[in-house]
Design a protein around this ligand. Structure first.
Ligand code: NAD
Length: 501
C-alpha cells in the first residue's frame, strides 16, 4: 500500500512527529478500496515547510529572470513527458476518466507556459523627466513565502493555476493539496527538483484543517490562494486577512446555461450533456442548470435524455468509459439525496442515475450515473444549492428576463453560458449577467492562462482572480522609484511641496 508524505526542502519528508503522526485513507473511487494512506501534517510539519521556503526565498528572489524562466521551461518539458503518469495518478485517486485527467494536466500546463514569459510579465514602466532631470519607474517584487490550498476535483490543474506564476515571480511556495487525491502533488514536486528548482522553493504539506489553520496563522506566510467550497473559502479569506495576509479564495458554483428559443437545440443538447456530466459533474465550471426559455423545453429535454442514455459509465482507467465514479461514498450519497429531494420539491426525475449500469461491474465503487431532473422549481433547493455531481436540472422559464433574473439572484457567480444565434441578445446577456466567466455558445468558458480565472459573489472572496496578469499582480508587490542624479550644482534646501517643476 502506498504512503503519500510531504515534500520539504527538496525531498520527501515523513513528518516532524512521526510516531504519533495522523493519516487519512486514500480510496480508489472505482472499486471503493483503500489504495493508500496520506500523512496529515502537524503544526510542526507546516512550520518545517514554511521555514524551508523562507530560507530558500532570498536566493530564488535574486536569481536572474532568465535563469528562473529556464527552470520553468525545463519543468514544462518534464511535465509534458509525464502527462500520462500524472493522469494515471489522478484517475486512481479522483476517479475521473483518463482522457479527462489528461485534459486537466494540459490546462494546467498552459499556466506553466504562460509563466515561462515572466521576464516580459514583470517589466515595469519608466518615465523620463517627470520633473527636471528626475525620472520615475515602477517595479514589482515577490512577496516571500506564499501558500496554495487546493480542492479534490483538479489535483494537478488547480495547483498549477497558482504555483507556476508564484514561483516564476520569485516567491517560495507551500502547497496544501486535497487529502483525497494527494499523489499528483508529489510527482510535480519531484519534477520541479529534476528541473533544477532550488530546494525549498516548492514544498508540499499534506493535510487537513490543522495544516490549513497553521498556514493561515503563520507569520512568515505572506499570501494565500485557496480554491474549494464556499464555506471554507469564506473562512480562509476571513482568517487569512485577519492575520494580515493577502488572500484570494475561490468558492463553489452553480452554473446556468440559458437557452433562447432560436438556439440550435442539437448543439445545446450536446453541450449540456458534455458540460453537465464530464468529470461526473465535479467541476466548478460544470453546467448544473439548463434554463430553457419556452417553447423549447420538451424538445430539448428529449434530445438531452436520448444522449444521456448513450453514455458509458465505468472505471476511469477503461478507455471505453466516458464518466467515472464520484470521489467518495459520502459525496455520492449526498449527491444522490438530491434526487429524492427533487421529487419532494415537485420536480420530475427523467433519468435516474441510481439505476445506471456500470460497465466493468465494479459494484463497490462510488457510482452514480448521469441524472436529469426536469421541471425543477426555481425556488427549490435542487435549483439553488451546489450539488457538485452528475445531476442536470432543467428549469423552464418564459422569457430571457426571467432566466437572467434567476441567474442574477443566485448565491454564486462563477460561470454561465447563453445559447442563441442572436448576437444582440448574447451581447445584452454578457452585459447584464452578474457572473465572472461567460460563454456564448460555449458551455464551459474557462479562460486561457493569459486571461484570469475567477467568479463573482460567493464564488470568490477577495478581488484578484487567478493566473493571467491578475495572478502576476497577486504574487507581487509594486514599488515606484523617483530618482535624480545630481548635476554638479543643485538648488539647495526647499521645504515646498515637491511638484513637477
Ligand atoms: P473543500 O472546501 O472541502 O476543500 C478544499 C480545501 O480545503 C482542501 O485542501 C481541504 O483539505 C481544505 N479544507 C476542508 N475543510 C476545511 C476546514 N474545515 N478548514 C480548513 N480547511 C479545510 O472543497 P472540495 O470538496 O475539495 O472541492 C470541491 C469544491 O471546490 C466545490 O465547492 C467546487 O465548486 C469548488 N471549486 C471551486 C473552483 C473555483 O474555481 N471557484 C474550482 C474547483 C473547485
Amino acid at each position: 500500500m502506498k504512503h503519500v508524505d510531504h515534500w520539504i526542502d527538496g525531498a520527501r519528508f515523513g513528518g516532524a512527529g512521526a510516531p504519533q503522526a495522523r493519516h487519512a485513507e486514500i480510496y480508489n473511487p472505482a472499486t471503493g478500496e483503500v489504495g493508500g494512506q496520506v500523512a496529515l501534517a502537524s503544526v510542526a510539519d507546516v512550520d518545517a515547510a514554511v521555514d524551508s521556503a523562507a530560507r530558500a526565498f532570498p536566493g530564488w528572489r535574486d536569481t536572474s529572470l532568465a535563469k528562473r524562466a529556464q527552470t520553468l521551461f525545463r519543468f514544462r518539458e518534464l511535465m509534458d513527458r509525464h502527462r500520462d503518469d500524472l493522469a494515471a495518478l489522478i484517475t486512481a485517486e479522483h476517479g475521473k476518466v483518463h482522457s479527462d485527467a489528461l485534459g486537466e494536466v494540459a490546462r494546467g500546463l498552459e499556466v506553466v507556459e504562460f509563466a515561462c514569459g515572466i521576464p516580459h510579465l514583470l517589466k515595469g514602466g519608466f518615465s523620463e523627466n517627470v520633473s527636471t532631470r528626475v525620472d520615475s519607474y515602477s517595479i514589482r517584487q515577490p512577496l516571500g513565502v506564499v501558500a496554495g490550498i487546493t480542492p479534490f476535483n483538479f489535483p494537478a490543474m488547480v495547483p498549477m493555476w497558482m504555483f507556476p506564476v508564484a514561483i516564476a515571480a520569485g516567491n517560495a511556495f507551500v502547497l496544501k493539496p486535497s487529502e483525497k487525491d494527494p499523489s499528483a502533488s508529489l510527482l510535480m514536486a519531484e519534477l520541479w527538483a529534476e528541473a533544477g528548482l532550488p530546494d525549498g522553493v516548492f514544498n508540499v504539506v499534506q493535510g487537513d484543517k490543522v495544516a490549513v489553520d497553521r498556514l493561515l496563522e503563520h507569520p512568515a506566510v505572506q499570501a494565500v490562494s485557496f480554491v474549494g467550497s464556499t464555506p471554507i473559502a469564506r473562512y480562509v479569506y476571513e482568517t487569512g486577512t485577519a492575520h494580515g495576509k493577502r488572500v484570494q479564495a475561490l468558492g463553489g458554483a452553480k452554473n446556468h446555461m440559458l437557452v433562447l428559443p432560436d438556439a440550435d437545440l442539437d448543439l445545446v443538447a450536446d453541450s449540456a450533456v458534455s458540460a453537465g456530466f464530464g468529470s461526473a459533474g465535479e467541476r466548478c465550471m460544470a453546467i448544473s442548470v439548463v434554463l430553457a426559455v419556452e417553447p423549447v423545453g420538451d424538445e430539448l429535454v428529449e434530445k438531452i435524455v436520448s444522449r444521456v442514455g448513450r453514455l458509458t459509465v465505468g472505471p476511469g482507467d477503461d478507455p471505453a468509459s466516458e464518466m467515472g465514479p464520484l470521489v467518495t461514498a459520502a459525496h455520492r450519497d449526498k449527491v444522490a439525496s438530491y434526487l429524492d429531494l427533487g421529487v419532494e420539491e415537485g420536480a420530475k426525475v427523467v433519468v435516474d442515475g441510481r439505476e445506471t449500469p456500470v460497465s466493468g461491474g465494479r459494484g463497490n465503487g462510488f457510482w452514480l450515473g448521469p441524472t436529469v431532473i426536469d421541471h425543477v422549481p426555481a425556488n427549490s433547493r435542487v435549483h439553488r444549492e451546489e450539488i457538485f455531481g452528475p445531476v442536470l436540472s432543467i428549469v423552464r422559464v418564459q422569457s430571457y428576463e426571467e432566466g437572467l433574473h434567476l441567474i442574477n439572484t443566485g448565491e454564486y457567480g462563477n460561470g454561465t453560458a447563453v445559447f442563441t444565434n442572436d448576437g444582440g441578445a448574447a451581447r445584452r446577456f454578457q452585459n447584464e449577467v452578474e457572473v465572472g466567466m461567460i460563454g456564448i455558445n460555449v458551455p464551459i468558458p474557462v479562460p486561457m492562462a493569459f486571461y484570469s480565472f475567477g467568479g463573482w459573489k460567493n464564488s470568490l472572496f477577495g478581488d484578484t482572480h487567478v493566473h493571467g496578469t491578475e495572478g502576476v499582480h497577486f504574487y507581487t508587490r509594486g514599488k515606484v522609484v523617483t530618482s535624480r542624479w545630481l548635476e554638479p550644482s543643485h538648488g539647495g534646501v526647499n521645504l515646498g511641496f515637491p511638484t513637477n517643476g
